[in-house]
Ligand binder design. Structure first.
Ligand SMILES: C[S@@+](CC[C@H](N)C(=O)[O-])C[C@H]1O[C@@H](n2cnc3c(N)ncnc32)[C@H](O)[C@@H]1O
Length: 212
């Protein structure tokens, strides 16, 4: 099959487009959008950010539920092309800014966000062969699966408004424990694990809050 042929699927209230060159949206991750909407209700004023957004479906569902502007970031130009199309199809283009590039290069140092989603690649390098249909750059998180997740929390620490919150997607309980240890041993990041949810699916959702 031609990998460039666009497919579409329902994701929560939206219909989103993607192709075989990007990670196929996983229906369970809509739980990340709905949990985020609950937390945004108590977040300070300010915009939303999604790191490693892929075709943007998780952040776009959140933006469809809460009236705030959204920045979507992904390193893959094709994923960003779909994300722009998905924002347009959802009627959200005026509120959504899609930025293509490595996440540590596309945010201005003084930008702050009230709520941040992050869905980094989290498969351990030794395990990527178990997912032959998925693009390597979308799933390979390095030896412990946390290389990109650590980059995400470093950025969240720098760009989250005081009083804001974040939800990070990881693969399993061992990674959650390792991330908690990383945050505890790097208090200058200013974040801690606040709550962990395990919806039915292949990953874990980690709520992050500012350290008191
Ligand atoms: C696990 S996928 C998540 C995609 C989408 N959020 C989802 O859940 O379907 C990870 C995404 O991170 C992107 N990515 C990997 N390294 C990145 C980096 N350094 N900066 C920005 N995006 C990156 C990949 O292109 C891929 O789209």
């Amino acid at each position: 099959m031609n990998a460039r042929v666009a497919e579409s699927m329902r994701f929560g209230p939206l219909v989103v487009s993607f192709d075989a060159r990007v990670l196929r949206p996983r229906p369970w991750t809509v739980a990340q959008s709905t949990w985020a909407a609950e937390l945004v209700a108590n977040a300070p004023e300010g915009d939303l950010l999604e790191l490693c957004a892929g075709v943007g479906q998780i952040g776009l569902v959140l933006a469809s539920l809460v009236p705030r502007d959204l920045v979507l970031v992904d390193a893959d130009p094709n994923a960003c092309h779909h994300a722009r199309g998905n924002a347009a199809a959802a009627g959200l283009s005026a509120r959504v800014d899609v930025r293509n590039g490595p996440m540590h290069e596309v945010l201005a140092p003084d930008e702050r966000f009230a709520f941040i989603l992050a869905d980094p690649p989290w498969v351990r390098s030794d395990d990527v062969a178990r997912f032959p249909a998925d693009p390597l750059a979308a799933i390979d998180g390095g030896s412990d699966g946390l290389d990109l997740a650590r980059l995400c929390v470093d950025l969240i620490g720098r760009h989250l408004t005081r009083g804001g919150a974040a939800i990070l997607q990881l693969g399993d309980a061992e990674q959650v424990a390792d991330m908690g240890s990383y945050l505890d041993s790097n208090p200058e990041i200013g974040l801690s694990v606040d709550e962990v949810r395990t919806p039915t699916g292949d990953g874990v959702l980690v709520g992050l809050a500012r350290r008191p």
